[in-house]
Design a protein around this ligand. Structure first.
Ligand code: NOJ
Length: 733
């Protein structure tokens, strides 16, 4: 019955994903140049453009360049080597086609910013854009043309180590971060010597690896793919991303690097992407392990056919494409199509006109004052205050003695996080440094207490004794940098080693205790959440970590970060995320036969969007511009936010919706807007959001984007749980 009622308006309300023009990468003058160059290239030279090797991992790279058998390198990390190799490409090859150098500039180059998960906790895309801009400037000064970033994989499983590299669990926040990073890396003009090409990765659904185990199988519905995993990629493409990286994972039985549906149907035909696709490291060769190719040759065939243009650090294309074309197995047009895309990006980057990098530029660029200042701002905004009982924080700066305890207190290396390519420990301010800098070294006591991972408890006694002499104990605990990132999945989400023992023992000494967490993923910390007075989530914040933490601890910065990912109570709740479906039996404490656990709460420890401040914000006066709207209509939703506390501060105002009844089940809440505001004590502001077909629609049974008539709920508030609630109705035309 419902179907019939909907039939008329589904067509009317159809909001089909349109081919996007925003990120158009074609320029007539460049296409003309490619038209002239391509016919002059031999088949070997063409295939060479589709081959990328890691510098230092292939014998005699210079010879490969001379023969035109390689078009790109990754891991050329200094400008001298880059210029030397480039000189061979442009001066000693027949056609002088420049090389493109790619690197993993993930969260900064030498000025290391917070890990991407922490960057997302700022909920401040403008700031994230500025940091990406700086990373590009520094990387470009070292001869890098192209970064393998941003990682835009949605991750709902904190066991997966790579959750650290992305923006967390939500597609809307993820899309905002993806856009900001692409804009930051690429600037307004790729040909500007201080911009670099972006490479959103890992296309696609890599973050949905079963069991959170890296490289594992992914099997999800097309709806899940389109509504959860694709939106950040689409946003990145619309922002003009020049390249995309195809992922390692199997996706519904067809590995992502051989997947014509995602690489050609969606990426090229639906979104109109004109840049090139590079495989992840040997992901083409791995098609043999996946069991869809019986040989490296088959693997090359499948990947090229699907739409992978460049083979990263595998020899499939290098060894087999020329031969396959000669034998007629692969049409030469497939090769030409991919070569055109690679050349297009090389032209866009201005590499034909300006192949070399001025070696002097790095001196005025690397670790420039402005870069460090911006890194401090981002590090402060990334910190999330999880608990602050009785206003324990901020601490007074005149405390007689402060004990800074824990294996990560006097640690620099691990604050860089994973993928901190040019980052150096010597550039980093540790938490201990930051606190000493803040209140002077004399009153700061320090004990390590225990190691990060080992189970020895021998240092705990000394740490407890030290805490007893102090007015406050600051426990700096968490994970080492190598516990997150690639191939760093965890089966446990607790503090590793003897760290929880250390926390318990110091807390039991009776001194006011603050826990500062350093980690690349949500941790399950129920004991700490219950007992310890204050918890500061500081992730891995890069070079300014210690300074940012000290600013928060002593009140020079009022924390404003919000969780971009749900914190579970225990690993057994995983995957746990806020935008889940309702089920037929939503959890009810009083009813056994509902969707929950018999041995643990179903609710998270800390919800998505959550984070405290030293001040208090009151939300009031929710207003909707109308309570009924047509499927194509637009609705304004506003709320007043008042700073009713004692301090100035920033707040991230969040808007969520729920489509209450629809032809397919919808999540209980979906983030559809956010705004970061700053209010002085007593100040009030009105925050207004606009909702339209983009925000209210979803993919129906026919995979059409529709806004269906019926009841909606809308919330405006400080996180995904507490909020003002309103209702409106979408009505049939
Ligand atoms: C493998 C990783 O999955 C990818 O993210 C990275 O960009 C490449 N290696 C290159 O280092």
């Amino acid at each position: 019955m419902k179907e019939r009622r909907y039939a008329a308006w589904v067509l009317l309300a159809l909001f089909l994903p349109i081919r996007s023009f925003a990120g158009d990468l074609t320029r007539p003058e460049i296409e003309r140049k490619i038209d002239q160059l391509l016919p002059r290239m031999t088949l070997e030279e063409k295939v060479g453009q589709l081959v990328q090797y890691s510098y230092g991992r292939v014998p005699n790279p210079e010879e490969l360049i001379r023969q035109g058998m390689v078009g790109s390198f990754l891991n050329v990390r200094d400008v001298e080597t880059a210029n030397r190799l480039q000189a061979i490409a442009v001066r000693e090859t027949r056609l002088g086609i420049p090389l493109i150098f790619g690197n993993d500039v993930i969260h900064g180059c030498r000025t290391i910013f917070p890990i991407p998960l922490a960057e997302a906790a700022t909920w401040n895309p403008d700031l994230v854009r500025r940091c990406a801009r700086i990373a590009a400037r520094e990387a470009a000064s070292l001869g890098t043309h192209w970064t393998f970033a941003p990682m835009v994989d949605i991750a709902r499983d904190p066991r997966w180590g790579r959750i650290a590299e992305g923006a967390g669990e939500d597609p809307f926040l993820g899309a905002a971060m993806a856009r900001a990073k692409v804009e930051g890396f690429q600037g307004d003009d790729l040909a500007d010597p201080e911009t670099i090409a972006a490479c959103p990765k890992h296309y696609v659904a890599y973050g949905a690896a079963l069991g959170g185990r890296d490289y594992n199988t992914v099997d999800i519905s097309e709806w899940e793919l389109r509504e959860t995993y694709l939106p950040p990629f689409r946003a990145a493409v619309e922002a003009g991303a020049a390249t995309i990286m195809s992922a390692f994972n199997d996706l519904n039985g067809v590995p992502a690097s051989a997947n014509r549906f995602t690489l050609t149907r969606i990426l090229r035909e639906e979104w109109g992407f004109e840049g090139f696709v590079v495989s992840d490291w040997d992901a083409i060769g791995e098609l043999v392990n996946h069991g869809v190719a019986s040989s490296l040759e088959d693997a090359a065939f499948l990947a090229l056919r699907a739409g992978v243009d460049m083979d990263m650090m595998g020899s499939a294309y290098h060894r087999h494409l020329v031969d396959m074309v000669r034998r007629g197995r692969v049409p030469e047009e497939w090769v030409d199509r991919s070569v055109r895309r690679v050349l297009r990006v090389k032209y866009l980057l201005g590499l034909f006109d300006r192949p070399f990098t001025d070696p002097k530029r790095q001196q005025r660029t690397i670790l420039a004052r402005e870069h460090l200042d911006t890194a401090l701002q981002e590090a402060r905004e990334a910190i999330v205050l999880l608990k602050n009982e009785g206003g324990l924080l901020p601490l007074r700066k005149d405390l007689a003695r402060v004990a800074v305890i824990g294996p990560l207190a006097d640690n620099r290396t691990d604050l860089l996080g994973s993928w901190s390519m040019e980052g150096r420990a010597e550039d980093v301010i540790s938490v201990l440094d930051g606190i000493r800098e803040k209140i002077g070294p004399q009153r700061v006591l320090h004990a390590r207490g225990c190691g990060i991972k080992d189970s020895s408890t021998t240092g705990i006694e000394e740490a407890v004794a030290l805490a007893r002499q102090a007015n406050v104990a600051i426990l700096v605990v968490g994970e080492s940098a190598d516990m997150s990132g690639e191939a760093a999945s965890r089966a446990y989400l607790d503090l590793p080693g003897a760290q929880l023992d250390l926390v318990k023992r110091v807390w039991a000494a009776g001194v006011p205790t603050v826990v500062v967490l350093i980690n690349g993923r949500p941790l399950a910390i129920p004991w700490i959440a219950e007992h310890v007075g204050a918890i500061v989530e500081s992730w891995q914040l890069g070079v300014q970590h210690g300074r940012a933490v000290a600013d928060v601890l002593f009140g020079d910065y009022n924390p404003s970060g919000k969780l971009p990912v749900t914190f579970p109570r225990t690993v057994g709740q995983v995957p746990i995320y806020y935008n889940h479906k309702n089920t037929g039996r939503p959890p009810l404490a009083t009813e056994k036969y509902t969707s929950k656990y018999i041995d643990e709460d179903w609710q998270p420890l800390y919800p998505f969007g959550y984070g405290l401040s030293y001040t208090n914000f009151r939300y009031e006066n929710l207003q909707l511009s109308q309570t009924k709207l047509l499927p194509f209509g637009r609705l304004l939703v506003s709320a007043d936010v008042v700073n009713i506390g004692p301090r100035a501060g920033e707040e991230v105002v969040q808007l969520y919706i729920r489509d209450v009844v629809a032809s397919r089940t919808r999540p209980v809440r979906e983030l559809r807007g956010f705004r970061k505001i700053y209010l002085r004590p007593g100040e009030r502001t009105t925050v207004t959001f606009e909702l339209g077909p983009h925000e209210l629609g979803f993919y129906n049974g026919q995979m059409e984007w529709v806004v269906e008539p019926g009841e909606f709920r809308v919330w405006v508030g400080p996180n995904s749980v507490e909020a003002l609630e309103g209702r409106f109705e979408v009505v049939s035309p």
